[in-house]
Design a protein around this ligand. Structure first.
Ligand code: NDP
Length: 290
């Protein structure tokens, strides 16, 4: 029975995910490094902005930070309540989930890797897909809290399995993004109307999430709204490539896509949206996708 929950990391995703918790639980702690955000969250949603030592006294503790490195540092700095479940919604590294799950077991704390998909709009509407790795009992116990912001919630395996699924998902997004940029650049070079082409493709076998939403809503209208930073996508494609390497597999498309996304990220501002990865193609071809 969950009496209290906490959310650590009120960024683009966390701020919105944590907003749903007070509808389901009486005690909802929030903590953020820039503490003003936590105070603003408390005012806006009726959560309690508390210091970190208090936040980790909740029954279920969510985190959503940029990478596993920040999660490991944070966990190493606190004393978590025995019997708690730590649910990490960061898109993290599978090896880190295995390490943290072993470490926390020594303190009678369960760890679940529970990354999410659905972007900020999914966080806002509580319709995120949540892919969870870790022990079945911990998953079952934490499920009522995850349901506050998740729609499809799947236990996909042991520690690290959730992070692995998320990395592969985002690699598929990246592969699509690169191939769509290449294909639409070719169409424009041949004088084809990109909007008409998009209508046809979205009613044909080549459609994808990128053609259905990213291309029309972020690229062709040149808005590139920052909701998911390009360096975070580069981090995810890097995790996917590591999965391939660790299994000693050959995956040329994934390897090339990782190089392209990393190069785009290195050449962009830190606060560029992931969709601006197409600009690397535009700089090469001098053709703008609009
Ligand atoms: P943001 O950059 O918007 O937020 C990052 C959060 O982490 C902020 O609350 C920030 O605090 C905090 N933080 C950063 N460094 C530290 C640190 N050293 N110690 C403590 N807190 C820290 O990221 P997002 O919300 O976009 O992404 C979070 C995770 O979710 C990432 O792993 C990302 O890949 C994943 N994700 C993102 C999606 C998106 O659409 N944005 C979609 C699905 C997954 P502060 O406010 O003080 O800077």
């Amino acid at each position: 029975m969950i009496q209290s929950v906490a959310f650590i990391g009120l960024g683009a995703m966390g701020y919105r995910m944590a907003a749903h918790l007070p509808q389901h639980f009486d005690t909802v702690y929030v903590w953020n490094r820039n503490f003003e955000k936590a105070q603003q969250h408390a005012t806006e949603y009726g959560t309690q902005a508390v210091d970190l030592p208090q936040a980790v006294q909740a029954d279920v503790i969510f985190s959503c930070l940029p990478t596993s490195k920040e999660v490991e540092q944070l966990i190493a700095s606190v004393s978590i309540k025995s019997g708690a479940i730590w649910v990490d919604c960061t898109s993290g590294v599978p090896e880190s989930a295995k390490f943290l799950s072993e470490q926390l077991k020594l303190q009678q704390v369960d760890f679940l890797d529970a990354p999410v998909s659905g972007q900020t709009i999914g966080a806002e509407t509580a319709t995120l897909t949540v892919m969870v790795g870790g022990e079945t009992t911990a998953f079952e116990n934490a499920l009522p809290a995850i349901q506050a912001f998740g729609k499809l919630i799947k236990h996909v395996g042991g520690a690290g399995a959730g992070f692995s699924v998320k990395a592969v998902n985002n690699m598929l997004l990246a592969v699509n993004l690169c191939s769509v940029a290449e294909g639409f650049t070719a169409l424009k070079a041949h004088g084809v109307d990109l909007h008409a082409a998009l209508d046809c493709i979205n009613a044909s076998s080549g459609k994808s999430g990128v053609t259905e939403t990213v291309l029309p809503q972020r690229i062709l209208n040149r808005s590139f709204p920052l909701t998911f930073a390009l360096p975070l996508l580069a981090k995810d494609t890097g995790i996917a490539l590591d999965l391939i390497r660790e299994a000693k597999l050959s995956a040329p498309v994934i390897a090339l896509t990782q190089s392209l996304i990393q190069a785009s990220s290195d050449l962009s501002n830190q606060d560029s949206d992931f969709s601006s990865a197409v600009k690397i193609y535009e700089s090469w071809s001098k053709i703008t996708l609009e």
